[in-house]
Design a binder for this molecule. Structure first.
Ligand code: SF4
Length: 182
């Protein structure tokens, strides 16, 4: 039996998500790199220019088809849902960027909680090592998602590409040539 979901920020969070047309990947990118998040918010996509990313996308499309349980969800793209136990599943190839992935899955759990009034949680499955972890929608994650949404609102209003320092992720980022970090 899942618990009733109550969060005083629900209406404001939903309004911001709806107005800015935010998705799970926004909440992943904002925890990886502000420049990447800015590009994604402004729908600037370099993936087709990067052979490694293009190959990864093709692999994702052909190997990790979404479960039928997700059919009919508008604006949410998790890999699988357990409607009875209120769990949202996300598969990842590797175990990297844990915080960013948890925020993406946490976002799905939060939106489903707001929509259904039941408290959802997330489960991240790492395909390469067959491990999984739970993502609980506790007060610290709710607070973090709220601040992510505020940061995304600020980025959406920013007309210039923000500065971003070189990080480990740059080596596999499709924007690396643009940033000069390739
Ligand atoms: S290359 Fe690095 S700095 Fe540039 S967007 Fe990608 S992760 Fe951010």
């Amino acid at each position: 039996m899942t618990q009733i979901f109550q969060w005083t920020q629900s209406a404001s969070f939903f309004e911001r998500v709806d107005r800015l047309n935010l998705h799970g990947l926004h909440f992943q990118h904002i925890n990886l790199c502000v420049r990447r998040a800015w590009m994604y918010l402004h729908r600037i996509n370099f993936a087709q220019w990067n052979s490694r990313v293009a190959t990864g996308l093709a692999h994702q499309t052909t190997h990790y088809k979404r479960d039928r349980s997700t059919v009919g969800l508008f604006g949410l793209a998790p890999d699988r849902l357990d409607w009875e136990r209120a769990i949202v599943f996300e598969n990842k190839g590797t175990g990297g960027a844990q915080c960013a992935v948890d925020h993406q899955v946490g976002y799905y759990a939060l939106m489903l909680s707001i929509a259904t009034g039941r408290e959802w949680k997330g489960q991240v499955h790492v395909l390469t090592n067959r491990r999984w972890r739970e993502v609980a929608l506790d007060s610290s994650l709710l607070d973090a998602l709220w601040h992510d949404s505020l940061a995304l609102e600020l980025l959406s209003q920013m007309g210039q590409v923000p500065f971003a320092a070189k990080i480990n992720l740059c080596a596999s980022c499709s924007l690396a040539p643009f940033c000069g970090y390739d």
